[in-house]
Design a protein. Sequence first.
Length: 313
Amino acid sequence: MTNNAVSLLSVPFGLGGARQGAELGPKALIEAGIIRHLTKLNIQVINEGEVVLPPIAAASELSAIDTGTKQFVSASTNLKYLDEIIMLNTATAERVSNIVQQGHFPLILGGDHSISIGTIAGIRRHYRNLGVIWFDAHGDLNTEATSPTGNIHGMSLAVNLGQGHPLLTQIQQSAYPIDPSKVVIIGARSLDQGEREYIRSFGVTCFTMHDIDRKGMMRVMEEALAIVGNGTDGVHLSFDIDSLDPHEAPGTGTPVQGGVNYREAHLALELMHESGLITSAEYVEVNPTLDHDKRTVRLANGLICSLLGQTIL
Ligand SMILES: NC(=[NH2+])NCCC[C@H](N)C(=O)O
Ligand SMILES: [Mn+2]
Ligand SMILES: [Mn+2]
């Protein structure tokens, strides 16, 4: 990590997901003591507050301007809450970009995974060759043409790679593109057909649960870090808590069995810290309304600390 100040930005937004509740994630993580835990690691934490959704009238106007008519948007796509997601991510990109500008490490608390359209848009303005680690049970590589659900949290990595509805990809416009060969998905076990095809044809590396079973997390991380660190000038970690097994992390909206276990997840984040490559991070899809005794919230707290340097000894 290049410097010690961490800017903590909350994005309490859940409309990109399949169920309500991810919007409560940031508050739960803060209440569980994340700022105190990081301060104990000698990190200076700057609480940047929240990105809030502007009044929705403004959002409708924005879509109407860009597409001619508002009806065009709703009639021609199956994208759920497109207007809200455009507004939220446009605002998020600005806030994250300012944090990078100041030389702080952006740590973003989601929110569902659709928020990464904005976070990465902001980060990419400052990195010509950004590597991305996408820790997730899913690929989030759908477009409106392939999505089985219309939920935009399942499309955010595709949008970050320039694929999808023009009103979403335009949020990235003033930024450097991301090279798909510098993107690594880790923990995948639920991929839709269109996502499989995308991975094969665009050269995204995907370490599935099968690869983790076979090689072990240690080797997977060594290979992943070699890919995202090669020729890049920064690496963003997008950590979806549903990468973990639902036994460890029940508090999430789209759980998939057969996931990463507690120690594998910590090891992965400890290795990311050791590599010194990670320049920004977000933790998404924590849904406190589905949690069991704060297990998922506490786990996410610990996993943030491992990324930022906490060790057992
Ligand atoms: N960020 C997530 N949890 N994404 C889940 C996506 C699930 C499914 N592939 C979809 O497109 O709807
Ligand atoms: Mn995801
Ligand atoms: Mn997921």
